[in-house]
Design a protein around this ligand. Structure first.
Ligand code: NAD
Length: 477
């Protein structure tokens, strides 16, 4: 099915719900309409919450093994429809079908769903002796509101929804208004497996998200998006005392030690920074390189980047697509402009050439690497969330660690060295939720992932992520 053929409607209580009003979703590669989505009103949110609430009463009683089986069936449904989902995703998000693009994202959604389906939350016996028995039960919270961003719409929806339903909750999902189509289709597929009302999807603008965060019927919000929105969600959800998982922005630092072989790490550094055209929360966003290897690392990175093909995502040999929307394009372009006079542009910088090549359409930005920047420069201090990497020279490792930590965000970080023990010591001193050695951003479903400082709180994945969808009840007998 082409996303253009008919509007994508809301999914409420197992049914497609047209609302009479649609909004356009643009293809960032050509600025044409990729598809139409029904626009949810406050009434649709209320209906979705009511449906989820009613479904919860039964779903919570379904044995865990049956919920696990349902999740496995969902994985198979996604797999069977992978090609269709990948094309919708490329049309609305801009990422290529190939490389680490749409097919890879859908494959990740299948793998994550299967792994998560294997998790379990058995009752824990805290005490069982002559003084009595104490049991710790994990109870589902109720209706979970999932609010997702536009960078990995399908994968992030899966990260929110699967642990929620596995642990006995029901869900109202709100995708980003920039990329609602793939999520609407994904949830339509889920509804071929799940009882009606267990997972609902409403599409709309930011204010719909705000209405969810204040809604009386929603017990928890799981949110992935910007720090600014995360702060608003905390304020809005205070009155109803919602449980929150906030996966917010990152400004991940990488530290390259003097003992590296630059030619060997260039590929890992490149993909760590430029995956999804840099529009990745835990991408490498600032690179601190030791003076001894500085020039060589810069040269190898630029040489690797030059080989990468940027273009329209439906082109099978393209590995990186455009920036997803014009607002983000302007943020990236502004940060690059602010860095040009201060640093040395090694690659890219000027969007003129790529824009011309793409016929003046789409939010294409060249892969850009700017050296000789410092903390205090906006491109280093702020999250660029685009295909741009600033490089900072350092001479003392203490200086690099201090500068890496001198940022309000703390999502991920990386250390690059042949000396793994030394790298581990440095990793231990980095203020972030995940640290990788000789790679960056490699998340996996069996390892908890989340930020520290202003990158949010709570974790996703593994048992630690699953328990975030539950309240504890202790039974003393
Ligand atoms: P965003 O915060 O603008 O929007 C995210 C979602 O929140 C959208 O669905 C939007 O409609 C909704 N929203 C907006 N205002 C809201 C409000 N007041 N209340 C409730 N919901 C509201 O973020 P974005 O531009 O879509 O995504 C980019 C940002 O997300 C980047 O900063 C990036 O680092 C971050 N991100 C973080 C992670 C992570 O796991 N930490 C993953 C992906 C993206």
């Amino acid at each position: 099915m082409s996303p253009k053929t008919k509007p994508f409607h809301l999914i409420i209580n197992g049914k497609k719900v047209p609302t009479g009003r649609c909004f356009e979703v643009l293809n960032p590669a050509n600025e044409k309409v990729a598809g139409l989505a029904s626009l949810a009103r406050k009434k649709d949110l209320d209906d979705a919450v009511r449906a989820a609430r009613m479904a919860f009463e039964k779903w919570r009683e379904v044995p865990e093994s049956r919920r696990q089986a349902a999740c496995l069936e969902i994985a198979s449904k996604i797999e069977e429809n992978a090609e269709e989902l990948a094309h919708i995703l490329t049309a609305e998000q801009g990422k290529p079908l190939n490389g680490l693009g749409s097919r890879w994202e859908i494959g990740g959604a299948v793998a994550w769903t299967r792994y998560t389906a294997s998790l379990s939350l058995p009752v824990k016996i805290l005490q069982d002796n002559d003084d009595g028995r104490v049991e710790l039960h994990r109870k589902p919270i109720g209706v979970v509101g999932s609010i997702t961003p536009w960078n990995f719409p399908v994968l992030i929806a899966i990260w929110h929804i699967i642990p929620a339903v596995l642990s006995g909750n029901t869900v109202v999902s709100k995708p980003s208004p920039f990329t609602p189509l793939s999520t609407l289709r994904l949830i339509e597929l889920m509804n071929e497996v799940l009882p009606e009302g267990v997972v609902n999807c409403i599409a709309g603008k930011d204010r719909l998200g705000a209405a969810m965060t204040a809604h009386e019927g929603i017990g928890k919000i799981v949110f992935t998006g910007s720090c600014a929105t995360g702060q608003k969600i905390m304020v809005n959800s205070a009155e109803t005392m919602k449980r929150l998982t906030l996966e917010l922005g990152g400004n991940d630092a990488g530290i390259v030690l003097p003992d590296v072989a630059p030619g060997q790490i260039a590929e890992g550094l490149f993909w760590g920074a430029f995956i999804n055209s840099g529009q990745t929360c835990a991408a490498l966003k600032r690179l601190y390189v030791h003076d001894d290897v500085y020039d060589e690392v810069c040269d190898e990175l630029v040489a690797f980047a030059r080989k990468m093909k940027v273009g329209e995502g439906t082109n099978e040999d393209v590995v990186l697509g455009p920036i997803q929307n014009s607002k983000q394009y302007d943020i990236v372009a502004g940060l690059v402009r602010s860095a040009e006079s201060k640093g040395r542009v090694l690659l890219g910088g000027d969007p003129g050439e790529i824009q011309e090549k793409m016929g003046g359409k789409g939010y294409f930005y060249p892969l850009t690497i700017i050296a000789d920047l410092e903390n205090g420069d906006p491109l280093v201090d702020k999250e660029q969330f685009g295909p741009v990497l600033p490089i900072i020279r350092y001479r003392q490792i203490e200086e690099a660690i201090e500068k890496a930590n001198d940022n309000p965000n703390g999502l991920g970080g990386s250390v690059w060295s042949r000396d793994i023990e030394k790298a581990r010591e440095i990793a231990n001193r980095m203020e972030c939720g995940s640290v990788w050695i000789n790679k960056h951003g490699m998340i996996q479903p069996n390892a908890p992932f989340g930020g520290v400082k202003r990158s949010g709180f709570g974790v996703e994945f593994a048992e630690e992520g699953l328990v975030e969808y539950t309240d504890i009840q202790v039974v003393f007998s």
